[in-house]
Every structure is written in structure tokens, then in C-alpha cells.
Design a protein around this ligand. Structure first.
Ligand code: ZN
Ligand code: ZN
Ligand code: ZN
Length: 158
């Protein structure tokens, strides 16, 4: 249900571009590599910042255009954050799943439907709809962030 850790994300993204008929230009490869290096959700500004740190030349417009293409191919997904801003997360379009996103550190994890599939069918049936698809993102505090704040949290729940 979760892509293997050994999968080379950069190559996976590049292959998705090529399958869709896009040339894997050096710029697109570079964006693919920057995207693959992210460990959670990211913004175009994060990618530009990472590019600067690695001393590679990449322009804003290039990053924005590449992200647009990758979003259309659903290799990355655009998240509407509870704060009202948005970010992207690396995604696998071939595997239906949802994202657990940490509102504190931005880490993201894939989760399968599980019980949700039955609930979705039930809601559809009750309203006379044949449900074709659904989207759901879950935002909260990841275990690592929860552990880190436990000490200072006055109302600390177990
Ligand atoms: Zn995903
Ligand atoms: Zn976290
Ligand atoms: Zn689902």
C-alpha cells in the first residue's frame, strides 16, 4: 500500500513525465530530484531554497511550470492546508490512498482506505449516488512532534 523506500523517487517522477509524453529536460529532471528529496509537504519556495543550497541554477518560473505538470500527472498532489495556504506532497497516482500530514513539521504519510471505503459506499447509497471517487487529507500532529512537545504541554494527554 505504501511505495517501497527503495524506489528511486526521482526516476519514478521522470518516468511518469515520459509516459505522459513530456521530455525529461535537464530542468524537469532537476525539479524531479528536488521534489524527490523532500521528506514531507513542500512549497515552490522550498524547492527554490533547496536549489540555492545545492548551488544549482533554477528559476521560479521553471519550478512553477514543472510543479503544474507534475500536479496534472498527479505525481505530486496540491494540499490545501488548514492555515489556508497550500503546499505539495509527493504522490503515487497508481495507488489510491490518503495523506496523513503533520501540521507542525510537515511530515506526510500515505494511508489506505480501510474502513473508509465502506463508509463512502454507504453515504453514496443513502443519497442515491454512485460514488466514483473521493479525496480526503488528514491533518494533525505526528508521533514525533507529539513526543517532543509532551514535556512542555501543560494539558498533556497520554
Ligand atoms: Zn499520495
Ligand atoms: Zn510532525
Ligand atoms: Zn480513499
Amino acid at each position: 500500500m505504501r511505495p517501497s523506500i527503495n524506489v528511486n523517487q526521482t526516476e519514478r517522477i521522470v518516468r511518469a513525465l515520459e509516459r505522459a509524453g513530456y521530455q525529461a529536460t535537464p530542468n524537469r529532471r532537476l525539479v524531479a530530484r528536488l521534489v524527490a528529496a523532500t521528506g514531507g509537504h513542500f512549497t515552490a519556495a522550498d524547492l527554490l531554497e533547496r536549489g540555492r543550497r545545492e548551488r544549482v541554477k533554477i528559476g521560479r518560473a521553471t519550478v512553477f511550470r514543472a510543479l503544474e505538470v507534475l500536479t496534472a500527472l498527479r505525481v505530486v498532489e496540491r494540499l490545501e492546508l488548514p492555515s489556508g495556504s497550500h503546499a505539495y506532497v509527493v504522490c503515487d497516482p497508481d495507488e489510491h490512498h490518503h495523506h496523513l500530514v503533520c501540521s507542525n513539521c510537515g511530515r506526510s504519510e500515505d494511508v489506505a482506505d480501510g474502513e473508509l471505503a465502506r463508509l463512502v459506499d454507504e453515504v453514496g447509497r443513502r443519497h442515491g449516488y454512485r460514488i466514483e471517487t473521493h479525496r480526503l487529507e488528514l491533518f494533525g500532529i505526528c508521533p514525533l512532534c507529539a513526543a517532543a512537545t509532551e514535556v512542555t504541554d501543560p494539558g498533556g494527554r497520554a
